[in-house]
Each structure stands twice: as C-alpha cells, then as structure tokens.
Design a protein around this ligand. Structure first.
Ligand SMILES: [Zn+2]
Length: 423
C-alpha cells in the first residue's frame, strides 16, 4: 500500500508512506511503488503512529455501578468497591467486558495497551480472563499484562505467591502498590522484593507508586534506588507518582536527576489523577498530577495513560487517547505548540517506549500500525479529538469512519479541502 499526500506529526506535508509486508518500507516525497500497489490519498490529513495506552485496568473496565457507585469518589473507596465486586466476578463477564473495550480501542486507533491485572484473588480469575483476551485480540491489538497486587504485596496474605503464579502463566510485567502497604517500611520492602523478582526473571516493572497527596510518600525514591542497584535501567516504570505534585521543591530537585540516571519511565494518568487526588483538600485544591513538564525537561520518558474507563474509580472515559492528551496538557498547563506535541507523544511514541515496543512509530522498518486523523496538525488533532478516518494494523485496515462534516465549518479550516477519502 502507498499512502500519498499525508501530513506527518512533525509537520512535514505532502509525504508518501510506502507499506510492504505489514511494515513501513519508505517515507518521503513522491515515492515510487511497484506496479499494482494500492494507493490511498490522505489528502493532507494527519498520518500518525497508532495510539498506545501505557496504563490501564482491563479487568475492571465497564463495571461501573457494580455492585454500587463510588459515593466519595476517592481512590480508597474505589479499592474497597472493587473488593466487594471481586467475589461476584465470572470469567465470562470479565472476558466480555474486556473484549468490548478492545473494540472501542481499535475504533479509536489505540492498538497497544498495558493493562494491570489484579492478582489478589486466589482463583486468578481476572488473570485467566485477560490472558484469554490477550490471545484473542492479538491479530489487531497488543495487550501487555502487569501482575498487580491490588490489596498490597505484604498486606494481602497470598499476594506474592499469586503474583508469581500469574507470571508463570504468562503475565509479563511485575506490578506493585507500595503506598497501599501498612507502613512506609513495608512499602519499601515490597519494592525490594518485586524488583529482585523482576531482575531474577528478566522482566519489566511497573508499579502504582505514591498515588496520594502525601508529600512524604517517597516510594519513587526507593523504586529508583533498586532500579539503579539491580541494573534495571530503562525497564522500570513509576505509575501515577501523584505525591510528587505535593513534594517539597528542594527534595524534587534532588529526586528528578536520580530518576533520570536510573532511566525510570513515568506514567501520569491525567483524567484519573485530576479526579481522585485533592479529595481531602478544601481550597486551594491540588491538581494531583505529577510534574510532567519538569520530568520531560530532565530527559525522562513520560507517557500518559487512560487508567480507568467506567469502573469503580471513574464513571467516564472512551478509549480516546486524544482525550487523555488533551486533559494532560490542561492539567500540566502545557499549551505551547511544542508542549502540545509532547503531550501527543505521551500517548504514542513515549507510551510505546514504556511497553518496550521497538517496532512502533513513523520510521522505516516499524510495523505499519497507523491512524489517519481528520486534522491538519497535531494541535488540531488534540483540539478536535479528531475523527479517526482509517486505522491500519500492520498495513491492514481494521477500523475507520466517515469524515465528520460539521468539522468543515469550524473556523481555521480551509474551505477547499475535500474530505472524501479514496478507499
Ligand atoms: Zn492504575
């Protein structure tokens, strides 16, 4: 396939992308293609690498209201509510909801998701369900699973044994939740145990870390220390890190360079952080999201995750990573064109780095996992949460939608553009 006349995320216009055997073979102007190669005219629309969600919970998604809604809106009530729902879960219901979500994801051009899966259930029902889903959706969506001890590695009696069983079954990343352990010391100990387990097995680590407004919650320092000590550089992710929002500035000025040295990845979850954090504040009320621009400036790889869609923690969400990028840039006040582009990267290429997917992006040799957006630039894509005109998985069309006519009338759009796509 030859995609002609595309605009690329870096702003280059009238670019052709040649796809052969599911991979990007060449990118350039007026490319020649072998006789009979099917052509798609992008008509100046934005061709981007597919979206990647670096942080999600596919075992709880679409369970909103079961068995009741979260009255306080807090993280802790959400965890308690999930605990009420857990004994009632069935594998069939888990699979059905996850598959439904995967359909939404593909329709939105989201083709890779890292999902945490709760292992604090001796039946490992959610693990079995998501392993089945992972296999089932593999032709069109990459799902990477994290063994997540939701009730605390040390606080929940069988968590460590269950987590190891989940890894044995094929879950590929080691999770954790140090701030939910009984003490700071237990939290630190859980990080040591989990990082050593990951080092032994050659796995990646992704912990829910310091997801609170407590400026003294400093598990990210411990996670960074063990990353350094065990040589896990580039394989460890700190998710949430919301306490960094409230930390003392002097302490953070020491912490961020240490994180950069250990090449820790950072995942902020803007939709969830802005709604769950600051719930104990009156006014001024904290935003709760970690220090995204400062971390990016220090050279850390920062991605944004969706985290929750219609579950005990969050009643909204739609698998739209442009919504996530848009919320992220608002919360972080990243409104310059370069910063908006950085937020777009946070839901595409940066997130792919978190998952360790090397064959992602707009570059020769990468998988042709692409999305054609009804927008003329990244800024416009984020502003409009642009319509997904075509989604390709390894060069094969897996989703698409008709152009949204009303967008023709929005100010700033050239009137002469014909939105009809060659199929
Ligand atoms: Zn999470």
């Amino acid at each position: 396939m030859l995609i002609r006349h595309a605009t690329l995320p870096d702003g280059r216009r009238d670019i052709d992308v040649l796809v052969q055997d599911g991979h990007i073979a060449a990118i350039g102007q007026r490319l020649a293609a072998p006789e009979g190669t099917p052509e798609v005219d992008a008509r100046g629309q934005l061709l981007a690498p597919s979206f990647v969600d670096a942080h999600f919970h596919m075992d709880s998604t679409l369970s909103y209201g079961l068995p009741r809604v979260n009255a306080s809106g807090t993280l802790l009530e959400g965890i308690a509510l999930w605990g009420e729902l857990k004994p009632q879960l069935t594998q069939d219901a888990l699979v059905e909801r996850a598959l439904q979500y995967c359909d939404w994801a593909v329709a939105k051009g989201l083709l890779a998701i890292r999902s945490h899966v709760d292992v604090c259930d001796d039946r490992l029902l959610a693990v079995e369900a998501l392993l089945q889903v992972k296999q089932q959706v593999a032709p069109y969506l990459d799902v990477q699973l994290v063994a997540f001890p939701q009730d605390g590695l040390l606080r929940s009696p069988n968590a460590l044994a269950n987590l190891k069983r989940a890894l044995d079954k094929g879950v590929e990343v080691v999770g954790g939740i140090p701030h939910f352990e009984r003490t700071m010391a237990d939290g630190a100990e859980s990080i040591r145990i989990l990082c050593e387990l990951a080092a032994e097995r050659g796995l990646r680590v992704d912990m829910h870390c310091d997801e609170s407004d407590d400026p003294m919650s400093r598990h990210i320092e411990t996670l960074t220390f063990h990353t350094q000590r065990l040589g896990l550089h580039g394989r460890v992710t700190g998710s949430h890190l919301t306490s960094m929002h409230s930390m003392d500035n002097y302490y953070v000025s020491k912490l961020i360079p240490l994180m950069a040295e250990a090449q820790v990845h950072v995942v902020a979850n803007p939709l969830i952080n802005i709604t769950l954090q600051g719930r104990h504040d009156t006014y001024p009320r904290r935003r709760g999201m970690t220090r995204v621009p400062e971390l990016m400036t220090a050279g850390l790889n920062v991605a944004f995750g969706q985290d929750c869609v219609m579950d005990p923690w969050y009643p909204l969400g739609s698998a739209d990573m442009l919504e996530v990028a848009q919320m992220g840039l608002h919360v972080a006040q990243m409104t310059s064109p370069a910063q908006i582009a950085a937020c777009f990267d946070a839901v595409t290429v940066n997130a792919a780095k978190v998952l360790g997917i090397e064959h992602h992006g707009l570059k020769p040799g990468a998988d042709a996992n692409l999305v054609l957006l009804q927008a003329g630039s990244i800024v416009e894509a984020v502003r409009l949460r642009a319509n997904r005109l075509v989604v390709w998985r390894c060069g094969k069309r897996v989703a698409g939608s008709a152009p949204v006519v009303s967008q023709l009338e929005l100010p700033g759009r050239p009137a002469h553009v014909d939105w009809t796509l060659a199929r």
